[in-house]
Write a protein that binds this ligand. Structure first.
Ligand SMILES: C[S@@+](CC[C@H](N)C(=O)[O-])C[C@H]1O[C@@H](n2cnc3c(N)ncnc32)[C@H](O)[C@@H]1O
Length: 272
């Protein structure tokens, strides 16, 4: 018997995104602070990782479910919830493009910060997010922006130059960072354009070490960068990739004693 590998799941289970997420906690906290969360809310965090936004949302008393495709991150999230005594927070495995098991209209707020954008089938993702959000509720997405000059868009751009081209029909996650795609996808799910708003926002990565060591974290633990290095090693180009990333991280670092790098993203709010 053969089991089919889900490449999307394999990508995120490959490394340990929790290592990168540890550098994103302050911005996760700030983003959640801006959402006006109250204890009566039922919240779904899609592509939750180990809880960068789910944990601060639960700390505000809301009932929070984190759904993520990566089993290791779900386990890490549940371990965090338990160690923090957050009985109103749990994580389970699931796919943002097929949320079977979650009822229609069951959440007041669906949050997905750099999460659902990585799921295949973006039209299905939009449909599922709208389906599980109750009328009068909100969807808030954070999406990296293609060709943006800041950190994550540039890491993905540099990495893609070392990786074999994706299979035919592959839709880049970065397309979620373009307004008209977002409008088209939610439009197909029945949401008119006037209910969708966009702002540019910033996430800051704070790492306690020099930029070159932060590059190493991506090389060892961030699935897309791990894949790029594997492909580059086969072509004898790993040192070039390392050099390009070190130059990028070094030039974007705003700290004099450690690493602090701001990255711009598209914040999308959908009123359901
Ligand atoms: C860049 S990480 C962001 C994690 C978290 N939101 C944060 O800000 O720390 C992307 C996350 O999306 C998850 N993911 C990717 N594809 C997914 C899918 N199809 N369904 C659910 N989660 C997915 C990954 O496993 C990973 O945890």
């Amino acid at each position: 018997m053969t089991t089919t590998i889900n490449p999307n799941k394999a990508l995120w289970e490959k490394g340990d995104f929790a290592r990168i997420a540890a550098t994103m906690r302050e911005s996760g906290e700030a983003l959640v602070e801006s959402l006006g969360i109250t204890p009566d809310l039922a919240i779904l965090d899609l592509g939750s990782g180990d809880g960068t936004t789910a944990v601060p949302a639960a700390r505000r008393g809301a009932s929070v479910l984190g759904v993520d495709i990566a089993g290791n991150l779900v386990a890490a999230g549940n371990a965090r919830a338990e160690s923090l005594g957050l009985t109103n927070l749990r994580f389970e495995e699931g796919d943002a493009s097929d949320l079977r098991g979650l009822d229609d209209d069951s959440f007041d707020l669906v949050v997905s910060i750099f999460g659902a954008m990585f799921a295949p089938k973006p039209f299905d993702v939009a449909k599922e997010m709208v389906r599980v959000t109750r009328a009068g509720g909100r969807i808030v997405m954070g999406n990296w922006i293609p060709n943006d000059p800041t950190l994550v868009a540039q890491i993905l751009k540099i990495s893609s130059a070392y990786t074999p081209p994706p299979p035919e029909g592959f839709v880049s996650p970065m397309t979620w960072g373009i307004d008209r795609n977002v409008i088209e996808r939610f439009g197909a799910a029945g949401v008119p354009a006037e209910k969708i708003s966009f702002v540019r926002d910033t996430f800051i990565f704070n790492f306690d070490g020099p930029p070159a060591r932060f590059v190493d974290e991506f090389r060892k633990y961030y699935g897309p960068t791990m894949n790029a290095f594997e492909a580059a090693e086969k072509n004898g180009r790993a040192a070039d990739l390392q050099k390009e990333l070190e130059a990028l991280f070094g030039s974007q670092n705003t700290s004099t004693h450690a690493t602090s790098i701001p990255a711009t993203f598209l914040r999308v709010t959908v009123a359901c």
